[in-house]
Design a protein around this ligand. Structure first.
Ligand code: NAD
Length: 482
């Protein structure tokens, strides 16, 4: 796939820049296109456009019903052009086309249409203070939102931010990850076609250290909605302190997937494989620590390793491919480094462990990898690998499983597999994680809130909860004394 060079989208216009960078397909190592490299001047222009659009009221005070119709239309247009969106996502990110086409892109359209419905339902309340006062609240948009997005689910995580932000009447400057800008730019085209006013959504591409940082420091940005690494989130929190921005952070994870001895073992094994290998393991909520009760350890590891050996990385554009390419050479090398750390740290490699060649001699593919006999203090059990690498840890009772599960700085997601539903709920309550799955893994829905405990961040995306972080509450007192 070779495309024409990509420009920035500011105030409803496509804008060229002096500098550009190459966008690489990680499965072929070929250049897809050249992409505009914004600098601080373009950040100023994009923020200025978003600010002017916000203050003009053309979006923020548009009748909510009309706002909802435009968001719904964006969802519709995404569905109409779903194959184009999916092909771009796969070319940019390396994920299998079946994921882009049947999971990510439908979920993006769902997200816009879910928040289309909310536009008419964001409202304040009246508060019974006493007979001589009328006291009520208004829910107002925060203003200009900077949405900073990572590369693992480029358009899906974009929709989690842009859809609620727009639904509440904010205007947005969107910064996709440097590696994966293409679907964000197509979204801008579709939003324009749907009738979104100029300046309500602006898309700027370029390095996070320059333009992401400039957005975070900008006096005219009111809120940062960030998804990415914990270290970047910490940096953003520090840099946004001077302007006291509203900040929500969706950060990394090291999620425990717990299989109790009374589980449906075959279902749990399937869930464990999907929990770590879906999305090549480049999933913030990936079930990267598999906690297995000792009584079923041998069966689980044996069957899981056999299943994993059949999962062969292949051309992401092939409709049957289930495991694609990692997003970049740098990410592949990072993952291979962790595999090396696992082996040298004393863990037992039971599947995978190497870079894979799909027969082309090109592309950043890694075999799905499983380590057994991992202890929770090992590097591979504590640090986010963000690749198809699973660490298996054994426990002897649910109490110990909870202790191991919570023994991490992260708290994004967790799962428990058990036929004893009462016990599963008790374990779920004790896990320090923003999402707990019982007898399933990796389920998401636009209506279901998602976010982290501890160093996995704060704030919730999706559902009604997300709207809280895109609105301010204004309280109004009226004197009714006669
Ligand atoms: P990253 O932190 O390197 O980059 C994320 C975004 O921030 C990119 O757009 C990048 O250009 C930008 N950025 C980089 N430096 C910046 C700075 N100083 N100021 C402002 N913006 C800056 O993360 P990544 O490597 O793209 O993504 C992988 C990470 O994202 C993993 O840690 C993963 O767990 C996390 N993630 C979390 C969730 C979640 O919902 N919790 C979801 C997906 C990914």
């Amino acid at each position: 796939m070779t495309l024409e060079n990509k420009k920035l989208y500011i105030n409803g216009e496509w804008v060229e820049t002096a500098d550009a960078y190459e966008d690489i397909n990680p499965a072929t190592e070929e250049v897809i296109c050249s992409v505009a490299k914004a600098g601080t001047a373009e950040v100023d222009a994009a923020v200025g456009a978003a600010r002017a659009a916000f203050e003009s009221g053309k979006w923020s005070t548009m009748a909510p019903k009309k706002r909802g119709q435009i968001l719904w239309k964006i969802g519709e247009l995404i569905r109409t052009r779903i194959e184009e969106f999916a092909a771009l996502e796969t070319a940019d990110n390396g994920k299998p086309i079946f994921e882009s086409l049947y999971v990510d892109m439908p979920a993006v359209a769902d997200c816009f249409q879910y928040y289309a419905g909310w536009a008419t339902k964001i409202h304040g309340e009246t508060i019974p203070i006493g007979p001589n006062s009328l006291n009520y609240t208004l829910r107002e948009p925060v203003g200009v939102v900077a949405a900073i997005v990572p590369w693992n689910f480029p358009l899906l995580l974009t929709s989690w931010k842009v859809a609620p932000a727009l639904s509440a009447g904010n205007t947005v400057v969107l910064k996709p990850a440097t590696n994966t800008p293409l679907t964000a730019l197509l979204l801008a085209e579709v939003a324009q076609e749907a009738g979104l006013p100029p300046g309500a959504l602006n898309v700027i591409t370029g390095p996070g250290s320059v333009i992401g940082q400039a957005l975070v420091e900008h006096s005219q940005v009111d809120k940062i909605s960030f998804t990415g690494e914990t270290a970047t989130g910490q940096q953003i929190l520090r840099s946004s302190a001077d302007t006291l921005k509203r900040v929500t952070l969706e950060l990394g994870g090291k999620s425990p997937n717990i299989i109790l001895a009374d589980a449906d073992v075959d279902a749990a094994i399937k869930g464990a494989a999907m929990g770590i290998f879906y999305g090549k393991g480049e999933v913030c909520a990936a079930g990267s620590r598999l906690l297995v009760e000792d009584k079923i350890h041998d069966e689980v590891v044996e069957k899981l390793a056999a299943r994993t050996k059949k999962l062969v990385p292949a051309d992401p554009m092939h409709p049957k491919t289930k495991l694609g390419a990692l997003v970049s050479e740098g990410q592949m090398n990072k993952v291979l480094g962790y595999i090396e750390a696992g082996t040298s740290g004393g863990a037992e490699l039971v599947a995978g462990g190497n870079r894979a060649d799909i027969g082309t001699g090109k592309g950043y593919f890694v075999e799905p990898t499983i380590f057994d006999n991992v202890t929770n203090d090992m590097k591979i059990a504590q640090e986010e690998i963000f690749g198809p690498v699973l660490s298996t840890i054994t426990f002897s009772d649910p109490e110990q499983a909870v202790a191991i599960a919570n023994d991490t700085p992260y708290g994004l997601a967790a799962a428990v597999w058990s036929r004893d539903i009462k016990r599963a709920h008790i374990v779920a309550r004790r896990l320090k994680a923003g999402t707990v799955w019982i007898n399933t893994y990796n389920n998401y829905d636009a209506a279901s809130p998602f976010g982290g405990y501890k160093m996995s961040g704060f704030g919730r995306e999706l559902g009604a909860h997300a709207l809280e972080s895109y609105t301010e509450v204004k309280n109004v007192w009226v004197d009714l004394n006669e």
